[in-house]
Write a protein that binds this ligand. Structure first.
Ligand code: ADP
Ligand code: MG
Length: 382
């Protein structure tokens, strides 16, 4: 999906009211009836018809005809628009540039503020994976089920924001968080290569120990990254210093499976260094020893909870992620939107059977599609 910066300017205030009405209606309606949109927006009936039509033309909403009534749904595009508009009102961002990443559960764009400073906008897209498995397993979404992709994407962004802020404030090497609205996070742009793309480093041993040090610092402050791999570690282009990103799956060291998550993070790095740099070391952190050797007096896991991302939010998100992991069917095209949810759900069955295969492939596949780069001065930029 493309974000269109010009749309940011050319939505009239009446269209905006209608769009907001569709968003509000989505909280308890899978398809928001026109009458409700009219009611919420406080505009005249005939007027709303036209306005919603023009929003549909730009894919900010989509028209849905069902047996009972016709109505509209907010699209990813519409939700993106609302988030970006809110940020541009706050002057945190003013223009949208190139897309630099497509994950299974996020899109990443370069954006800029009025001073032309480049930043990264991460849009969470949790509904890309079917909700069917979750609906089967659990009913915790309750009334919100209909808007679950919006709700879950927003929770993921809020969680990532809460962690990024607290980590940044405690001087962990993470991007500076700038703003958070709905399902999006605005952060500092790091001029770097993902470790995945780095073919050679001058001193693998040094990088290895700085990455293990970060794991240790995380743990002693009460946290485990949970997805600490070559995709989520950026290597600064100028200094070669690592920066860690991607926090929606962070867990507390008091989590019942904390040790398992910790070991998995450590193993990821060991395996990567062995494969990529032929570097092996007997030195690597062990969970219990790491904790006994020096816990900090501040506990970031506790601080995150206090920051507004509650235990309940955490639980909802954890259950979602667990359910996705259990029944994951990855059809990775990255192009689906909610209009295709129905089809996607049917494909889920088939995809489930491929889960094993795809999970294995994921480790090997280069999601960036690029070749590993050498970190020499002559290497090509991003
Ligand atoms: P996902 O959850 O989809 O894995 P990530 O947060 O890991 O999303 O980001 C995906 C990719 O986008 C990263 O591998 C990196 O290349 C790029 N990226 C993300 N955040 C930044 C940033 N702050 N600065 C530069 N590049 C970034
Ligand atoms: Mg990532």
């Amino acid at each position: 999906m493309k974000l269109d910066a010009t749309d940011l300017r050319y939505v009239t205030s009446e269209e905006f009211r209608v769009l907001t009405a569709v968003e509000m209606g989505s909280k308890n309606h899978e398809v928001v009836p026109l009458t409700l949109i009219t009611q919420i927006s406080g505009l005249r009936n005939g007027g709303v018809n036209k306005l919603v039509g023009s929003l549909a033309k730009r894919n900010l909403v989509s028209r849905v005809q069902n047996a009972k009534y016709d109505g509209y749904r907010l699209t990813y595009g519409g939700y993106d628009y609302l988030a970006m508009r809110a940020m541009s009102k706050r002057d945190t961002m003013t223009s949208v540039g190139n897309q630099i990443g497509v994950g299974k559960e996020s899109d990443i764009y370069i954006v800029a503020n009025a001073e032309g400073e480049e930043m990264v906008l991460k849009l969470h897209r949790l509904g890309r994976v079917s909700f069917r498995t979750i609906k089967q397993n659990r009913d915790y979404l309750g009334k919100r089920k209909s808007a679950s992709w919006m709700y879950m994407s927003r929770l993921a962004a809020q969680k990532e924001w809460a962690f990024m802020k607290i980590l940044y404030e405690h001087k962990f090497p993470v991007p500076r968080p700038i703003d958070q609205v709905r399902h999006t996070i605005l952060m500092e742009f790091i001029d770097a290569y993902p470790l995945r793309q780095v073919a050679e480093v001058e001193n693998p041993g040094k990088l290895y120990s700085s990455l293990m040090d970060i794991i240790v610092r995380f743990a002693q402050a009460g946290l485990i990254h949970g997805d600490y791999n070559e995709f989520n570690i950026l290597i600064r282009r100028d200094t070669g210093v690592p920066v860690v990103i991607d926090f929606p799956q962070m867990v507390s060291t008091s989590h019942p499976n904390a040790e398992w998550y910790f070991n998995r993070d450590v193993e990821c790095i060991r395996r990567f260094f062995k494969r990529r740099f032929r570097y092996e070391s007997n030195l690597y952190p062990r969970f219990k020893r790491t904790l006994s050797e020096g816990e900090t007096d501040f506990k970031l896991d506790v601080m995150v909870e206090a920051s507004g991302f509650t235990k309940k939010d955490q639980k909802t998100l954890d259950e979602y992620m667990e359910a996705v992991r259990e029944g994951e069917g990855d059809n990775d095209s990255g192009e689906e939107d909610e209009e295709e949810v129905e089809e996607e759900e049917e494909e889920e069955e088939v995809a489930n059977q491929q889960e094993e295969v795809e999970a294995n492939q994921h480790n090997e596949a280069d999601s960036t599609g690029g070749r590993p780069l050498s970190l020499s001065p002559s290497s090509t930029p991003r």
